[in-house]
Design a protein around this ligand. Sequence first.
Ligand code: NAD
Ligand code: GLY
Length: 361
Amino acid sequence: MKQLQVALAERSYPIFIGRDLLGRSELWREYIRGSQVCIVTNETIAPLYLAQLRSKLSGLSVVEVILPDGEQFKSLATLNQVFDALLAANQNRKTTLIALGGGVVGDMCGFAAACYQRGVNFIQMPTTLLSMVDSSVGGKTGVNHPLGKNMIGAFHQPQCVVADLSLLDSLPPREYSAGVAEVIKYGLICDAEFFDWLEANIDKLMARDSEVLAEAVYRSCHDKALVVAEDETEQDRRAILNLGHTYGHAIETAEGYGNWLHGEAVAAGMVLAVALSVKLGWLEPVLLERTRSLLAKAALPLDPPDDMNVDQFLQLMGRDKKVIDGRIRLVLLKALGEAVVTSEAPVALIKEGLLEAGVRA
Ligand code: NAD
Ligand code: GLY
């Protein structure tokens, strides 16, 4: 098992990475402080792993909330199911919520924990690759609004993260690839050596080789933890974690939540962001080729959807949380492993980049 720490003073917490960790409750049970627990999961994951988790919670008063599955249910309306269950079971401020699921369950459970009785503890037990390497770490929680993704939320750090890699055995290939997009992101934004390593190991990673997978999850969490420790509430540096996300969120919103997976939209968005960095003269064109090649080997989309037009992109990108005074700020690369958040790209150049990627005028 590998372990690392997210260093946030009194809000610091460990991340455990390895196989069969759900069964090793001696690792994580100490992070349940009271006698009450509420497991939040969904209808796909419950039949696979809920009984296993529940069997490790003997002696505690346990409530289970099984949410419908899908990004389209990441809403305030669905979140109410968690509050209804907590209140119906008289769960108090000492309860610990456990998120057993991917990023949707993790973001919703974390937000419920941030809000319930003005804040209770929670534990992340991510079940997708994307949630292991990204969403379970760093305390961003929330739900979508019809007018924008993740627009309602809070920063609320978990007590610990349990990344049990054996749960990925049941993850469908398309979801696995979506997680690899976020893994590749770390190489691009802050870890050139990791990018080189990924190029050398991508075939093994796609074959879910145990050692390579554990190393990829460890290195991703390590990189993310450093960025989060520097800038927990995204005043500045943390925004680099959003490489490709301004484009990606526009794609997700335009296509309808859930039709393009988050990681797929991020992959196409990263290609657009790297291409724009090349257009600005900041990067050698070969890096665009290397990025495209790595993402292609991970079976990820390289191009934006063909039913979006440039104005639609710009309008949706203008709603991004990074926009200040109406100016689109993007995460772009000055070099491999060196991301910046910048409004230096003129709108005309952003438009040109979209047109060159095949987006309709
Ligand atoms: P997801 O939670 O929708 O899970 C993907 C699908 O896989 C779902 O159908 C789920 O039921 C299923 N699934 C999950 N684990 C499984 C398993 N072990 N076996 C079989 N099926 C399984 O999607 P995701 O990619 O994990 O997360 C995407 C969400 O994460 C988005 O809402 C995104 O906004 C959010 N996100 C948040 C952060 C953050 O910092 N909080 C970062 C990145 C993404
Ligand atoms: N996924 C972006 C962040 O956690 O900041």
